[in-house]
Structure formats: structure tokens, C-alpha cells
Design a protein around this ligand. Structure first.
Ligand code: ZN
Ligand code: FE
Length: 258
């Protein structure tokens, strides 16, 4: 059994630990900071066998050097981004054994948009999607076009409905507020509001989410909704020709939304 646990870092990052209890080993996704990771490994008597990197931002790669200082472990990452100390530069559809864990394979999906070379890792029915999709939200467009990020989100949305999505940030409450603004009559969204509010009040993560839950509540996956389109057109001040234009308007709107 693969056990997946978040290690909180910085303000709102989650460094995901994929733990093999029987072997006493762990693989990390996006260790932006080595300190909370070292404390976690020590507390749980785990040895680190590998690192998976989704994209080049500092809050995702900042801990690599310190973690590798006295460990000769593999570091997987995107072929299309320049990140020092990667041992395996991966492209779409590449498949590898999960480092130090012979039971599980990991396969790669290229999901550009937040950054130009962003990748996601699929392990069984789990997807580690970095800063591409968040609970009821999506990453900012730093390097890609709206059409690129929209296609990447559609790709994630087309995975089996029960696929669990492990995002790299806890942005849920802010995303929820925006989602309720752009689609107030969505009942699934209203129901989810209670659930995520009570999780956060108890100090618990709202991640992972599932493809099914996101299809019902994530506005960026709901650009076909008449209500969302109407609100996006009002924000844009013009009619929007297709779902990518609705998506682009939503993303611009969220950037200035408080
Ligand atoms: Zn990022
Ligand atoms: Fe990030």
C-alpha cells in the first residue's frame, strides 16, 4: 500500500510524501524546503529514495540541493525546463519505476501553462499535478497561453473520475469564494463550501480532490456553463467566442479578485 501524506511548507505549500511503510522509504514531490522534510523523515524513521519535480519555481525545487547533499538519490523533472541537479529529464508518456519502490510505476503527463514545461506524475489512480490544477482553481499563467493551460486542465479532467488529484498549494478557500462568485447557483459548489470550511476550521488539508469533484465545482473546468459564460462576458465587457476565451477571462478576473 502506498501511503500519501502532505508535509506543509512555507505559507501554503504541500510537499507530498509517497511512503512505503514496510520498506521505511519515502519519495517526495516538489520539496521546496528541506527543513520540514528532514524533520518529517526523522520523526517517521523514513529514508528518502527519490524526488519528483513538477516545474522550476523556487517553492517547488528549493530543497533539492540540501536533500541531495548526503544522499545519492534520483531527481525526476521536466525535460523542457532548466533545473539544476535533475538526474532524469522526463517527457510526456515517459514511464519509470517509483524510485526505491519496485511495486509502483510513475508515468508523466505534460501539462504546460503555469510554466512552459510543467509536468504531472501519475501513480496508479493518483495524480501529482503541481501548480496546474488546484481545488476549485488553477495555476496562474506565467509562461503559457490560455489555450495551453486550458488543454492541460482538460487533460486532467479526462482522467478516470475517481482519480485523486494532489495539488501543491492550499488555495481552496480563496478559490471557493471566486467559484461562488462566477457560478452562484451551482448546488454542488454550495454543498462543497460547508465541507471545505469545516476541514480548514479543523486545520486539515482540503487536498487531495478528485476529478469527479472538480468537474462539478471547478469553474475552469466548467467554461461550458451558461451562468459562468454570462458572468465572464460581463467581466470582459464583450461576448466570448468559445470556452478558451471564457477560460482566459476567468483567469484574468481571478488575478484581480479579492
Ligand atoms: Zn509554481
Ligand atoms: Fe507553487
Amino acid at each position: 500500500m502506498l501511503e500519501i501524506t502532505p508535509i506543509p511548507a512555507f505559507e501554503d505549500n504541500y510537499i507530498w510524501a509517497l511512503i512505503n511503510r514496510a520498506a521505511g522509504t519515502a519519495v517526495l514531490v516538489d520539496p521546496g524546503d528541506a527543513r520540514p522534510v528532514e524533520a518529517f523523515l526523522a520523526a517517521h524513521s523514513l529514508s528518502l529514495t527519490g524526488i519528483l519535480i513538477t516545474h522550476h519555481h523556487g517553492d517547488h525545487i528549493g530543497g533539492i540541493a540540501a536533500l541531495r547533499a548526503d544522499r545519492a538519490i534520483p531527481v525526476f523533472g521536466p525535460a523542457n525546463e532548466s533545473i539544476a541537479s535533475l538526474t532524469d529529464r522526463l517527457r510526456d508518456s515517459d514511464k519509470r519505476q517509483l524510485p526505491g519502490n519496485t511495486t509502483y510505476a510513475v508515468s508523466v503527463l505534460e501539462v504546460p501553462g503555469h510554466t512552459a514545461g510543467h509536468i504531472a506524475y501519475r501513480v496508479d489512480e493518483h495524480l501529482f499535478c503541481g501548480d496546474t490544477l488546484f481545488v476549485m482553481g488553477c495555476g496562474r499563467l506565467f509562461e503559457g497561453t490560455p489555450a495551453q493551460l486550458y488543454a492541460s486542465l482538460q487533460r486532467i479532467a479526462s482522467l478516470p473520475a475517481h482519480t485523486q488529484l494532489f495539488c501543491a498549494h492550499e488555495y481552496t478557500l480563496s478559490n471557493l469564494k471566486f467559484a461562488l462568485t462566477v457560478e452562484p447557483s451551482n448546488e454542488a459548489l454550495q454543498a462543497r463550501a460547508f465541507k471545505v470550511a469545516s476541514l480548514r476550521e479543523s486545520g486539515l488539508p482540503t487536498v487531495p480532490t478528485t476529478v469527479a469533484e472538480e468537474l462539478e465545482t471547478n469553474p475552469y473546468l466548467r467554461c461550458h456553463s451558461a451562468e459562468i459564460r454570462a458572468n465572464a462576458e460581463q467581466f470582459a465587457g464583450s461576448s466570448l467566442a468559445n470556452e478558451v476565451e471564457v477560460f482566459a477571462a476567468l483567469r484574468r478576473w481571478k488575478n484581480e479578485f479579492r
